[in-house]
Design a binder for this molecule. Structure first.
Ligand SMILES: [Zn+2]
Length: 291
């Protein structure tokens, strides 16, 4: 089955992308959660333009893609799951969960390290939050993600099927949890014990530092609960909160393709990243010595 899946991987992924995209777009049309602030056709054309560009860059740089790395690792017996074979179902579940954890750690990393935040803020600078936000990443971040994924596959040794399931699942959940969709609060409450829901991930797209630096999960919600980065709701509420990042709020800069591509190289990193917060100046030495 592996060679068949490996050969048809681009078609499988494209079909699932189009299917989920259509479903989510329809849901956003029928039951939107928030009113959008920027013209939707223009935003969509630019966000999707970035998706097409990223797909071309990836196919050009890494024609074998992640499945190719998994197949090569299986052939050579590299990676934990190839050295210590488990029951196929258990191996599949473990591989999908482990790859999801790697993505979670990577996401925390790109928020913490100032140079990486420059790349990742392209995703956060979107002034609205909808399913196309879930797919807009700077090409350099996409390449970095792919290299990290390759390393994880070489260490872990997941099957080709596990990698395809993981990638299709991650793509689907990213579009789902970035969806500008209304979901009954009771359903959201239950669902977010397992999956990251739109209300849960929207908190992560708030302009507020502490809210942006929470809910890093894209797929399983357990990692944020386990590692203490879980935030239930935004302070201003889902309708009152501001989406995006401070300092970059001009639609021409953050919602048009040339601006998005240039954004990592503009301005300085203030706030958000781990050591760039602004604190009040310390009091003078005399004042402190008095105490
Ligand atoms: Zn983020």
């Amino acid at each position: 089955m592996d060679p068949f899946i490996q050969t048809h991987e681009p078609a499988i992924r494209l079909a699932s992308f189009i299917g989920i995209f259509a479903l989510m777009a329809l849901w956003e049309l029928v039951a939107p959660r928030r009113a959008l602030t920027v013209s939707k056709p223009a935003r969509w054309a630019n966000n999707l333009g970035l998706v097409v560009l990223n797909t071309l860059v990836l196919r050009l740089l890494f024609p074998a893609a992640a499945v190719g790395v998994a197949a090569a690792a299986a052939e050579r017996g590299w990676g934990l799951l190839n050295i210590y074979p488990l029951h196929p179902v258990l191996a599949l579940a473990l591989a999908v969960a482990a790859l999801d954890l790697v993505i979670w750690v990577q996401h925390v990393l790109v928020h913490a390290v100032p140079a990486l935040w420059r790349l990742h803020r392209v995703h956060h600078a979107d002034l609205d939050y909808d399913l196309t936000t879930g797919a807009r990443f700077h090409p350099l971040e996409i390449v970095l993600s792919m290299l990290i994924k390759f390393a994880a596959i070489l260490v872990l040794g997941p099957s080709v099927v596990a990698v395809v399931i993981f990638e299709v699942l991650l793509n689907a959940t990213a579009m789902f949890n970035h969806g500008n969709v209304r979901l009954a609060l009771s359903v959201d409450r239950w669902l977010r014990w397992i999956l990251v829901t739109p209300d849960m991930h929207r908190v992560h797209h708030s302009v507020e530092d502490d809210e942006t630096n929470s809910n890093f999960g894209f797929n399983l919600s357990i990692w944020d609960r386990l590692f203490g980065t879980y935030r239930d709701q935004p302070r201003a509420g889902h309708l009152g909160m501001t989406i995006g990042i401070r300092d970059h709020r001009d639609p021409r800069e953050v919602d048009r393709l040339p601006g998005m591509l240039a954004l990592p190289f503009r301005g300085t990193v203030t706030g958000y990243a781990i050591n760039r917060r602004q604190w009040p100046a310390p009091r003078s030495r005399e004042e402190t010595q008095d105490e």
